[in-house]
Design a binder for this molecule. Structure first.
Ligand SMILES: [Zn+2]
Length: 239
């Protein structure tokens, strides 16, 4: 009876798979892109299953944070599911603007050649500061002066775009800049103005424990050159 010779096993023992966050990070680095807290990384997450795996990884690391805080999640019924809830909230709710792609927005040509100042707002803004991950809640106004070459979007789309940018750990000054860049690149307006007035809970809940509003504005194009237009906008948003 012929003897079967078995070749020595060439295959090395399976390496433990990299955490999914490392795989995503490696793709971003290979593309030479930035992944600060307020950057979208949605395009580097391959599919729904990978996003799900990322949620599981965040939940397990959040569990480690609770343990480091010496919270008895085994017996405290209030915190038993907290790690998973926080992971879901981060990835799919309060920071969804990092992990989910921008909502679909259909631009249409300015067929009527509208060229009057258009103001959208106040839009309620919900965000969180990058420094403490504590809420920032505010109101946003967007002024657009279209030209014949501009694209237009439906009014409700402004709040969806704003929400996508704000649903990330943010810095107020950078948030309005990101929103202005995005709207300019999509709409090509003659002028664009944004005002954001927000309460920072990291000032009220901790630190100086003071009521603290912060107002930021950004003026681009015609709003920079035309003072009457800028005044009209600021008067209409009552600031
Ligand atoms: Zn803060």
């Amino acid at each position: 009876m012929p003897r079967q010779t078995r070749r020595p096993q060439r295959r090395a023992a399976a390496k433990p798979a990299l955490p999914v966050s490392d795989r995503v990070r490696a793709r971003i680095e290979a593309a030479g892109r930035r992944f600060h807290a307020n950057d979208s990384i949605a395009e580097f997450i391959e599919n729904e299953a990978e996003l799900q795996a990322l949620e599981t990884e965040v939940a397990s690391r959040m569990q480690a944070v609770l343990e480091a805080l010496v919270i008895d999640t085994d017996h405290d019924h209030n915190t038993t599911g907290t790690a998973r809830r926080v992971a879901r909230m981060f990835l799919h709710e309060v920071f969804r603007g990092r992990y989910h792609p921008m909502p679909r927005v259909t631009e249409f040509p300015n067929a009527e050649r509208l060229n009057e100042l258009m103001i959208v707002g106040p839009i309620t803004v919900r965000s969180a500061c990058s420094h403490h991950l504590v809420p920032i809640i505010g109101k946003l106004w967007i002024g657009v002066l279209p030209s014949g070459k501009s694209k237009l979007v439906g009014l409700s789309k402004y709040s969806r775009i704003a929400d996508w940018v704000m649903s990330r750990p943010q810095i107020q000054e950078e948030a309005v800049m990101q929103l202005a860049d995005l709207l300019e690149s999509r709409l090509r307006p003659e002028g664009l103005a944004i005002v954001l007035e927000a309460d920072h809970f990291c000032m009220q809940w901790r630190g100086v424990k003071d009521e603290s509003h912060m107002t930021n504005s950004i003026m681009r194009g015609a709003f920079l050159k035309n003072e009457a237009l800028r005044r009209e906008f600021l008067q209409l948003v009552r600031l």
